[in-house]
Ligand binder design. Structure first.
Ligand code: FE2
Length: 384
């Protein structure tokens, strides 16, 4: 999505003959959004990407809502989840609504399976681990602190060096993109944006793999996982160009916007998607008014449910939070700094916190899985 990229060999025009040196015709695949009317990529395969040899099973995903009916704040200690399985099957579904599903995954093994989300854009935030995201468009190295954004319909694999890893996963039912207000009419990130195109990493070219066999693909739909097998290695692109590809952004490259007094959460916005925003809280100097209160005021963010995933450092307005904690502050309930931290922040010069926030505009449901790591005392944590 970030900008136009071209890799490998593409013909002079779209939809014309493109042949190998031996004369074999390459097979074009057009990958696009919104009925051929939004961003797209044209990719050139050695073999048609359509040759399914065998359908495997369909594994349904049933996300059960939490049993209790209480409308309350939650602190989910996701670091307590045991590491299991791989980045596809090891996910713990935590929070969801009609726009998104938020999970964590702590894989213990790599998988040779190829994976594609049929509908949702996926965003990973890597809290622990490093490795390579491999897609037909190329390789993208990642490490802790990276956001990985994989547009829906894109086949990919994640290879980890050193496991287990720990990641936050956002499945968004629409394009995950940079905030519209930070882009000019040509799509370029504006001068006042907290990051720019230089900070966005795009796939490195990888030579096509021309191999025949039986290659397992897992396609995630809204209802579960469909397994199928294709005849040729799916990473057989001789070239591609366009705007549709996986990309990465290191949270440490986010340049926070600071002010004379406390700046509201929108200054931390990093991405947008239908029905939600993603924000990055990063180390920054505090406000420079002589009587400024750096900690946030108590707030009722009407129309939003706020999800925070803590990555690193001391979070300035919270106690009892560890890296890997998720807090959910739902609409209708004010929240703010924990006792002592509001007044205690006066005179402080900087914060060293890193956290990822997802604010949804529709209410989130809490999954039963989340209750396995829920801190039932959290709603009372604002008492002296
Ligand atoms: Fe908040």
């Amino acid at each position: 999505m970030p900008y136009y990229v071209s890799r490998g060999s593409v013909p002079k025009k779209r939809h014309i003959v493109h042949r190998s040196p031996s004369g074999a015709l390459f097979h074009e695949e057009h990958i696009s959004r919104h009925g051929f009317s939004d961003i797209y990529t044209n990719a050139y395969h050695i073999h048609p990407p359509t040759r399914v040899t065998r359908l495997g099973g369909f594994d349904p995903q049933q996300i059960v809502r939490k049993g209790e009916a209480l409308h309350r704040h939650h602190h989910l200690k996701t670091f307590q989840f045991a590491a299991q399985s791989d980045f596809i099957s090891g996910r713990q579904a935590l929070l969801f609504n009609s726009d998104c599903l938020i999970s964590t995954v702590h894989p213990v093994s790599n998988t040779e399976r190829f994976y594609r989300n049929a509908h949702a854009d996926e965003m990973f935030f890597v809290r622990r681990g490093q490795g390579t995201l491999v897609s037909p468009m190329g390789r993208l190295a990642f490490q802790a602190g990276d956001y990985l954004v994989i547009p829906g319909g894109t086949l990919f694999q994640l290879y980890f060096e050193g496991l287990p890893a720990e990641l936050l996963v956002l499945e968004a039912n629409g394009l995950i993109e940079t905030p519209r207000r930070y882009r000019n009419a040509h799509g370029q990130l504006l001068e006042h944006a907290p990051f720019c195109e230089r900070d966005l990493r795009v796939p490195e070219w990888m030579e096509p793999i021309d191999a025949r066999g039986e290659f397992e693909i897992v396609v995630k739909t809204r209802d579960g996982w469909q397994t199928m097998f294709v005849q040729h290695h799916p990473f057989d692109l001789v070239g591609w160009d366009g705007y549709y590809y996986p990309w990465a952004f290191d949270i440490r490259e986010f340049a926070p916007i600071v002010g004379k007094v406390h700046q509201p959460p929108p200054v931390h916005q990093t991405f947008q998607a239908p029905g939600l925003v993603v924000c990055s809280f990063c180390p920054r100097l505090f406000d420079f008014h002589e009587e400024a209160i750096p900690a946030p005021y108590n707030h009722s963010n009407v129309d939003s449910d706020e999800v925070l995933y803590y990555f690193e450092g001391d979070f300035m307005s919270r106690r009892g939070i560890s890296p890997g904690s998720i807090t959910l502050h739902p609409a209708g309930l004010p929240h703010g700094p924990h006792p002592g931290l509001y007044e205690g922040s006066i005179g402080k010069k900087e914060t060293r916190e890193y956290a990822v926030m997802i604010d949804t505009f529709r209410p989130l449901h809490v999954a039963q899985t989340a209750m396995q790591v829920d801190d039932a005392r959290y709603p009372y944590s604002w008492l002296e």
